[in-house]
Design a protein around this ligand. Sequence first.
Ligand code: SF4
Length: 335
Amino acid sequence: MKRIMSGMRPTGRLHLGHYFGALTNWLEFQEKYESYFSIVDWHALTTKYQTSQEIKNNIWEIALDWLSVGIDPDKSTLYVQSAIPEIAQLHLLLSMITPQNWVEREPTLKDLVKMLAADEQEAKEKATYGLLGYPVLMTSDILAFRGELVPVGKDQESHLEFARDVARRFNSLYGVSYFPEPQPKFTTTPLLKGLDGQKMGKSASNDIKIADSEEETVKRIRQAITDRTRIAKTDPGHTDLCEVPWPLYLVFAQHIKEQVKLECESAQIGCVDCKARLAGIINEFFRPIRERRKELAKNPDRVRKLLEHGNIKAKMVAQQTLAAVQEIMGLVVWS
Ligand code: SF4
């Protein structure tokens, strides 16, 4: 089986975008590939170092989300990045062979700096040495497990090029073919906007979380932007202009899409009722997941043990990689 590697930053509870953009793919991967899924807490630190106290709790929240949706620790290796110091050691060694200008031109890095700071002066103060090394850390996450596949969207392939370039450079510098050049495993992500019609994001508070209660879901869907041209209930709606509910219907309720379209475009239903129905469908979909999550949350020791078990499995692989890299580089491998 090919080895696939992916991770998520522990920056808060996961939302519908994560569920349909990543987790549903992971459920499929764990049946087909040797899967390594990491909670990448050091990555969260690269931008959240001023609020680092939140990271610990977010690790549990993400673990609960993963387990409740069906990411199975018997099929996948689930681990926390900071439990595997070998990744940090590999990061250091790969930093030594990575040209500085490769890091500086990395587009992801530019996006992260933009997220941190409003202008160039602020960026100088807030962007850290750790953030600059982010692409090498991401590469180490993949190469520590000699990952062959990394799930990416069609527009994100460039993120992986960096890791490929570093793997290639290592192999060429030391005359080996030790690291596989990780290949993209393309995934399709439905375009789900946030409730305000903007990009869905945890920090924008415009999302619906997997862990939200049914009441919260109803309340939040009520705020969703619909067809901005529809003023009165008697005006016919336009599903193609309906910004949030219609795309959600397409994801959650394909089987009634013709009915919704007809009712909307002939003004048989108002947006308030249409959104109430949608909230009911979403709640029904997530009910078993939310119930599992509640049960797991009552048993933090069990969740901790599952993560510790994954950490041990991941550590064994990363240790082997690190020892091999040290050998290849001609360094002393201490026992
Ligand atoms: Fe959107 Fe439903 Fe309103 Fe039509 S009736 S615009 S699909 S919310």
